[in-house]
Design a protein around this ligand. Structure first.
Ligand code: NAP
Length: 294
C-alpha cells in the first residue's frame, strides 16, 4: 500500500487563487485594498527569507505590503510606538511581527500590543481565548493550513480519533482547538506522554508538530490514517548535503498511512496562503463586510 500524497503546493496555490479573486472583487466593488504590515527586526537569515516570501505573496495577491525593517538594537518602546502607528493606520488590516525577537524585547508584550482585529498571526491572548471559547477569531496560520489539508482527505473530521503531538502556542494547541471545533476526539501528546507510539496508533488523524527529524516511525501509524507533518528540520545527509525533513519518517509512513503530507511541499506552503486568507478576513471584518468562506 502507498499513501496518497496531500499536495500542499497545489492546494495552497488554489487557496491563494481564491484569495486573489476575492481581493480583486473587494478593490473593484468597494475600493478596498487589504494591507499587511510585516515587521522584521534585525538580520536573522531564516526570518529574512520568510519575510521576503510573505511580502512577495502579499503583492501577488493584490494586497498592499507595508514592510517594516528595524535594527537588532531597537528598544521595546520604539517597537511599541511602531505598533501603535500600525494599529491606527486604516490602510493596514493585518500586523505580523516576525519572531524570534532580540533578547531585550519580550514577545508577549509586543503581541499583546497588536490590535486583536489586526492580529493575523492569531497569537494575541484575546484571539487565543476566542478560539478556545468557540467564538470567531483570527487563528494561527499553520494550524488553519493543517485543518484545510486534512479536509481535502476527509469531508468531515467529526468523530475522528485525532492525535496532535506537540503543545506549542503556535501549532499544537491551536491545531487541537480547531480539531475539537470540528468535532474530532482530540488527544494532545507531548514530551511527557507515556507510550507515545501506542497513543499515535489510535489516531485516524495524526498531526506531528515536534521539531525532531523523522521522529514518528511507520509502525506508530494506524493503517490507513491521515498524517499531517508540520515539522521542518534541517539535516545533513551523506556527502554533507543539507536536506529538509519532517517529524515523520516519510518513507516508512508511506507504506502504512492512507494519506500524508510531504516535507517540503505539504504544510509549509499552506502557512503563507492562510496568512493571506487571515489578512483578507481581517480587512472584511474591519470594513463591516461578510467574511469570505471558501
Ligand atoms: P516547539 O515550540 O519546540 O514545540 C514542540 C513540541 O513538541 C512541544 O510541545 C514538545 O513537548 C513536543 N516534543 C518535543 N520532544 C518530544 C518528544 N520526544 N515526544 C513528544 N513530544 C515532544 O515547536 P513548534 O513551534 O510547535 O514547531 C514544531 C515543528 O513545526 C518544528 O519543526 C517547526 O519548525 C515546525 N513548524 C512548521 C511550520 C510550517 O509552516 N510548516 C510552522 C511552525 C512550525 P513539551 O511541550 O513537553 O516540551
Amino acid at each position: 500500500m502507498s499513501a496518497r500524497i496531500i499536495d500542499g503546493k497545489t492546494i495552497s496555490a488554489d487557496l491563494r487563487g481564491k484569495v486573489t479573486d476575492a481581493v480583486h472583487r473587494l478593490r473593484r466593488d468597494r475600493g478596498i485594498v487589504p494591507g499587511l504590515a510585516v515587521v522584521l527586526i534585525g538580520k536573522n537569515p531564516a526570518s529574512e527569507v520568510y519575510v521576503r516570501n510573505k511580502s512577495k505573496a502579499v503583492t501577488e495577491s493584490g494586497m498592499h505590503p507595508f514592510d517594516q525593517n528595524l535594527p537588532e538594537t531597537v528598544s521595546a518602546t520604539e517597537l511599541l510606538d511602531l505598533i501603535s502607528q500600525l494599529n491606527a493606520d486604516p490602510r493596514v488590516n493585518g500586523i505580523l511581527v516576525q519572531l524570534p525577537l532580540p533578547p531585550q524585547i519580550d514577545p508577549n508584550v509586543i503581541i499583546a500590543a497588536i490590535d486583536p482585529a489586526k492580529d493575523v498571526d492569531g497569537f494575541h491572548p484575546l484571539n487565543v481565548g476566542r478560539l478556545g471559547s468557540g467564538l470567531p477569531a483570527l487563528v494561527p496560520c499553520t494550524p488553519v493550513g493543517c485543518i484545510w489539508l486534512a479536509k481535502t482527505v476527509h469531508a468531515s473530521l467529526a468523530g475522528l480519533e485525532a492525535v496532535v503531538i506537540g503543545r506549542s502556542n503556535i501549532v499544537g494547541k491551536p491545531v487541537a482547538q480547531l480539531l475539537l471545533a470540528e468535532n474530532a476526539t482530540v488527544t494532545i501528546a507531548h514530551s511527557k506522554t507515556r507510550d507515545l507510539a501506542e497513543v499515535c496508533r489510535r489516531a485516524d488523524l495524526l498531526v506531528a508538530a515536534i521539531g525532531r527529524p523523522e521522529f514518528v516511525r511507520g509502525h506508530w501509524i494506524k493503517p490507513g490514517a491521515t498524517v499531517i507533518d508540520v515539522g521542518i528540520n534541517r539535516v545533513t545527509v551523506e556527502g554533507g548535503k543539507p536536506r529538509i525533513v519532517g517529524d515523520v519518517a516519510y518513507t516508512e509512513a508511506m507504506h502504512v498511512a492512507g494519506a500524508i503530507t510531504p516535507v517540503p511541499g505539504g504544510v509549509g506552503p499552506m502557512t503563507i496562503a492562510c496568512l493571506l486568507l487571515n489578512t483578507l478576513r481581517a480587512a472584511c471584518t474591519q470594513n463591516g463586510l461578510p467574511v469570505p468562506n471558501f
